[in-house]
Design a protein around this ligand. Structure first.
Ligand code: DAH
Length: 344
């Protein structure tokens, strides 16, 4: 027995199994149910009393050494398998890409509107979002009792009873006034910007939205010039087949005023649920600048005339891309925003 223990000790010390399968075979051969060491433990029962202590120690030593060796070989095998795996990686493969952001649909649409008017020779002007009553209402010929001047419609920063209160602009028409006050004639500008109205939020209304205002002032500007500019814009924006129609309307700052519809780009005038069966979609308000408005900003209304128009960016974007709920523009749900990635 002693000789077998010595032989096994020697064998274990020199054990060189590398593959996991070889190691497992060695474990079974030595420590398995019918393994060499297990057999020795069975024989140990028959060993003489005097020799029990000596053999017992030797056997335990053998078992510990065998288990430790098997563990060591297993660890080595796993480490080298890991290293081999790593070296199989394709180091030239492209890395994981970062998700890229994209332009917001409202920005895309605003840029498109601006780009079209730039092509027609319009400059871009911007004005403050926090305004005074003069630029938003007074200089635009709003009578003192006009409902827009009530707290229900306008966010006031200062008391609305005081003279020329400060407020959040309710339309970008206020930028017209700045342009007329400061720019040299003739004026041909487009004014994109954010506006604020004290409205309940719904699918069709929001308290914050965007508008683009247009203004053209020169000698002999006529209603026909306005109609032509708007028609060309509509065709650039909604396609070359687009028709427009003008309906008489009222705004304090224009006379005469009109609302403009474009032929429905979904059903091409046949009538669908987007145009509510009419074949037409309203896109903007416009008119000839009221002489009172020209005079309020120091422009001679006998010599000069002009037209103005204003449109909601979200509305144009809704019509262009058939977005049914305005709130989508403000919630920034990535599933919605991603639909516009290709429009950058
Ligand atoms: N400011 C108007 C609004 O917010 C839009 C508008 C209508 C602007 C007619 C104009 C215009 O310049 O001529 O509803």
């Amino acid at each position: 027995m002693k000789a077998r223990i010595e032989a096994l000790l020697n064998e274990i010390e020199n054990l060189k199994a590398q593959k996991e399968q070889e190691i497992e075979e060695a474990r079974v051969r030595l420590l398995g149910k019918k393994g060499e060491i297990t057999k020795l433990f069975e024989e140990f029962r028959n060993v003489d009393r005097e020799q029990k202590k000596e053999f017992g120690q030797k056997l335990n030593q053998l078992k510990t050494l065998a288990s430790a060796k098997i563990e060591e070989l297993k660890e080595k095998a796993q480490a080298s398998a890991g290293a081999a795996g790593a070296s199989q990686n394709d180091l030239s493969a492209p890395g994981d890409s970062y998700p890229l952001g994209s332009r917001h649909p409202v920005s895309i649409c605003r840029e498109e509107i601006v780009k079209i008017f730039r092509k027609f020779g319009y400059d871009v002007a911007e004005g403050p979002e926090v305004e005074d009553d003069w630029h938003v209402f007074e200089a635009l010929n709003f009578p003192p009792e006009h409902p827009a001047r009530e707290m229900q419609d306008t966010f006031f920063v200062t008391d609305n009873e005081q003279k020329n209160p400060i407020l959040l602009r309710t339309h970008t028409s206020s930028v017209q006034v700045h342009c007329m006050e400061t720019m040299k004639l003739p004026i041909r500008v487009i004014c994109p910007g954010r506006v604020f109205r004290n409205e309940a939020i719904s699918a069709r209304a929001h308290c914050i939205f965007h508008q683009v205002e247009g203004l053209y002032i020169d000698e002999n500007v006529t209603f026909a010039d306005m109609k032509q500019a708007i028609l060309l814009f509509a065709r650039e924006m909604f396609g070359p087949e687009t028709q427009i129609r003008m309906r008489p309307s009222y705004f304090p700052f224009t006379e005469p005023s009109a609302e403009v519809d474009v032929s429905c780009n979904i059903c091409h005038g046949k009538g669908c649920n987007i145009c509510k069966g009419t074949g037409w979609l309203e896109i903007l308000g416009c008119g000839m600048v009221d002489p009172n408005v020209l005079e309020a900003s120091g422009i001679d209304s006998k010599k000069y005339s002009g037209f103005a128009f204003g449109m909601g960016v979200e509305r144009i974007a809704m019509l262009k891309w058939q977005v049914k709920d305005l709130r989508n523009y403000f919630e920034n749900d990535l599933r919605f925003l991603k639909e516009f990635e290709s429009n950058i």
